[in-house]
Design a protein around this ligand. Structure first.
Ligand SMILES: CC(=O)SCCNC(=O)CCNC(=O)[C@H](O)C(C)(C)COP(=O)(O)OP(=O)(O)OC[C@H]1O[C@@H](n2cnc3c(N)ncnc32)[C@H](O)[C@@H]1OP(=O)(O)O
Length: 236
């Protein structure tokens, strides 16, 4: 069955995005023009993913930073507060391209409440198991992998080459940085940062708002809001 975006009149989507299979083979006519929120480094990286995944050119970009250089070739439409007016004018789909976990989640939830669809931009080199689920508003960067029965929560980043192994569960607003590997059955709470090249032992849990430093080897559960580093990882 082909993957189709919801029409602009559809009821607000749930936190899970069933159109997660968006890819070039689906055809550009099935992919919406997105409103992008965030014109920084992550925004530029997401723009490349959208292009490679066959999305049409974005409608425009919103950013609160008046000194932002913007996104190349994308009209700057003003600050984030314009998202409601643009929805009323017919914008139907959006993506929050901010690296800050809490801000990305907050804006993503506001967009959902306004009735925006939040597809999951997915680089064509990313691999997603047929039994995996992707949360609305998340993004899969090049060579990211989501294993069997794993669930990437909404408003999350699975960055370049990161792996969420089978049966893993992540909460909303997480960032799994480039090259990080979450072993089978790992659980992340909300707004967790897993740093570059970190590894998490199968089955461990990481609490809400925790941060795992780059290169850490997490071999035991991490409490909420803790920051751990090293091999094996210890509280900082
Ligand atoms: C596309 C992208 O780029 S996505 C990017 C995603 N982001 C990341 O992966 C980065 C995650 N951040 C880190 O790992 C950071 O190094 C942090 C959060 C652990 C520490 O940052 P800061 O608080 O600024 O610490 P700072 O650099 O001042 O170092 C403090 C001490 O911790 C040590 N330290 C810093 N990072 C680490 C680490 N990853 N592992 C072990 N020790 C570390 C430093 O050597 C220093 O030790 P010292 O006091 O003995 O000299």
């Amino acid at each position: 069955m082909p993957c189709r975006p919801p029409s602009s009149s559809a009821s607000p989507p749930t936190a899970w995005w069933s159109w997660a299979c968006a890819s070039p083979s689906d055809g550009m006519d099935l992919l919406p023009r997105l409103l992008i929120l965030g014109a920084g480094g992550h925004g530029r990286a997401v723009l490349e993913v959208l292009r490679d995944a066959g999305f049409p050119p974005p409608l425009g970009v919103l950013d609160d930073n008046p000194h932002s250089p913007g996104l190349p070739g994308v009209p700057h439409l003003g600050p984030f507060s314009r998202m409601a007016a643009l929805r009323a004018e017919g914008a139907a789909a959006a993506h929050v391209a901010l690296g800050h976990n809490a801000a990305r989640r907050r804006l993503g939830e506001t967009l959902l409440a306004l009735g925006y669809a939040l597809p999951v931009p997915r680089h064509p080199s990313a691999i997603v198991a047929s039994t995996a689920r992707l949360g609305a508003g998340s993004v899969l960067m090049p060579r990211a992998v989501v294993g069997a029965a794993a669930e990437l929560g909404p408003h999350s980043i699975l960055n370049t080459g990161a792996i969420l192994e089978h049966d893993g569960r992540t909460g909303p607003g997480c960032h799994i940085a480039p090259g990080a590997v979450l072993g089978g059955g790992v659980t992340l709470g909300a707004e967790v940062l897993v740093g570059i090249l970190a590894g998490l032992r199968p089955g461990v849990s990481v609490g809400d708002g925790a941060a795992v430093a780059l290169g850490a080897a997490v071999v035991a559960d991490v409490p909420p809001r803790a920051s751990v580093a090293g091999v094996p990882a210890r509280p900082r």
